[in-house]
Design a protein around this ligand. Structure first.
Ligand SMILES: Cc1cc2nc3c(=O)[nH]c(=O)nc-3n(C[C@H](O)[C@H](O)[C@H](O)COP(=O)(O)OP(=O)(O)OC[C@H]3O[C@@H](n4cnc5c(N)ncnc54)[C@H](O)[C@@H]3O)c2cc1C
Length: 416
């Protein structure tokens, strides 16, 4: 069977794939393009709202659209999964055995969630109080468990080692849960704990200092270097390996009524084992141009890219224009630009009605969009999180439109 060919082939039609395809379509005035997206999924989720769904503040159905309705006009949708990459022959193969060749490849299949990475997780998630905001199938159960907690309940929230989607998400649900219990008048009668495999509460010290105070305000003890390694759902026991500090090498087993799990995540296996991967398994691209370091007709963005930014849809919003401009540079035989500065954003839901908007670039430099002290929890940020950003995602990003100038300036603390 002769291989199919597309000029630009996009692997993954999530936040990144749809945004790139839509922007390419919007900017093709001079050179018409033949674009295809490979993605097997029927549904596309705005995953950034999963925290709100888990907190009972957003409907799951409002996070979902049919993938078919998001594929831009005149972009071919290949409804299958890529199984291997052969960049030396500019081709990919699909699970049905088809080969597709390309002139340019954009790799954005997201992160792989390793549900089998913790014994007991796959078996018990969705039962016995074991919940997770990290999948559309399990996120609604989080609020079901939360709203049924009784005085005396023990609620544990975990964070897996990096890399994970939206590194702030594991603690966002802690604060919503603590606030929910406070509003029900039973917070002081419940034991709420946050156990993270990381050595700090957040990777950017500027924001971490504030988040430590938020956890303390809710009387939530934070255990660092505690990695969830086993779940016994029936007995409602969770075991953690301590990876640093006085108890290093030991395990700690805790009882729970609610266990919110951030599952271990990695680059997708088919990326990890391909010639496109770096040593960590992610696509080996330049941090600023997002061009592959060896295969110059290959780009990657979003969660699958081997860049040091926070893996967020916010990052995709800033990466996609760079990838699109660079594809057009290559089509015109021009040099690529290094326009991506590592921007990522984490709207930390610190209470119902309050968000600390953590925006930053490579090196952990804070770069707020609004000219306000970004360390403060604000109602306006809650509005942005619950209303503004979903609008920005569906009506602007995924349609290839610019909502406002994509420029963030470094924050200078007036008190410093
Ligand atoms: C609980 C949670 C909270 C979050 N909170 C935020 C937040 O507050 N702010 C924020 O900006 N971001 C947040 N995110 C992260 C955000 O959703 C991701 O960073 C973003 O979706 C990444 O886009 P992507 O296109 O790289 O991957 P995805 O959007 O995950 O899309 C990947 C696509 O690739 C497809 N695919 C997978 N394998 C293959 C294959 N073999 N072949 C072809 N296609 C394939 C999938 O079907 C999918 O459509 C959160 C995520 C979660 C789970």
């Amino acid at each position: 069977m002769a291989a199919k060919h597309h000029q630009i082939l996009i692997v993954g039609g999530g936040a990144a794939g749809i945004t790139v395809a839509a922007r390419l379509r919007k900017t093709e005035h001079d050179i018409p393009l033949d674009i295809a997206i490979v993605d097997p999924a029927d549904s596309h989720y705005y995953q950034a709202a999963f925290t709100l769904v888990g907190g009972g503040a957003y409907d799951l159905e409002d996070t979902r659209r049919n993938e078919a309705d998001l594929i831009p006009q005149d972009v071919t949708w290949v409804k299958d999964a890529v199984s291997t990459f052969a960049p030396d022959s500019n081709s990919v193969s699909l699970t049905d055995g088809t080969t597709i060749t390309y002139d340019y490849l954009v790799v954005c299949p997201g992160l792989q969630i390793n549900w089998s990475g913790i014994p007991g997780l796959k078996e018990y998630v969705g039962r016995y109080g074991v919940c997770s905001n990290y999948s559309a199938n399990t996120v609604e159960y989080t609020f079901e468990v939360l709203k049924n907690l009784k005085p005396g309940a023990r609620a544990l929230f975990t964070q897996a080692p990096m890399p994970i989607k939206c590194p702030g998400a594991p603690q966002k649900i802690v604060y919503l849960a603590a606030d929910h219990l406070t509003k029900r008048g039973i917070r002081t009668h419940c034991d709420v704990r946050f156990l993270t495999a990381t050595p700090a509460i957040f990777g950017v010290p500027f924001y971490a200092k504030e988040l430590v105070k938020v956890a303390a305000r809710y009387n939530v003890p934070v255990s660092y270097n505690h990695n969830l390694v086993e779940i016994d759902g029936r007995k409602q026991k969770a075991t953690f390996a301590v990876t640093a500090g006085d108890q290093q090498g030991q395990t700690v087993t805790l009882d729970f009524d609610m266990l919110h799990v951030t599952p271990p995540q990695s680059a997708p296996d088919f990326v990890k084992t391909s010639p496109l991967a770096n040593t960590t398994g992610f696509v080996d691209v330049h941090a600023n141009s997002l061009q592959h370091l060896k295969y110059k007709n290959v780009f990657s963005l979003g969660d699958a890219a081997g860049t040091a930014n926070s893996k967020t849809a916010a990052a995709v919003r800033k990466q996609a224009p760079v990838v699109v401009r660079n594809l057009r540079h290559l089509l015109r035989k021009e040099a690529v630009e290094e326009g991506y500065d590592g921007y990522g954003a984490c709207p930390l839901t610190t209470a119902y009605g309050k968000v600390l908007m953590a925006e930053f670039i490579y090196g952990g430099k804070p770069t707020p969009t609004l000219p306000l002290d970004p360390r403060k929890e604000r109602y306006v940020n809650w509005w942005i999180k619950t209303t503004g950003l979903p609008m920005l995602y569906w009506d602007y990003m995924l349609k290839g439109r610019e909502a406002f100038p994509s420029h963030n300036t470094a924050y200078v603390d007036p008190a410093a």
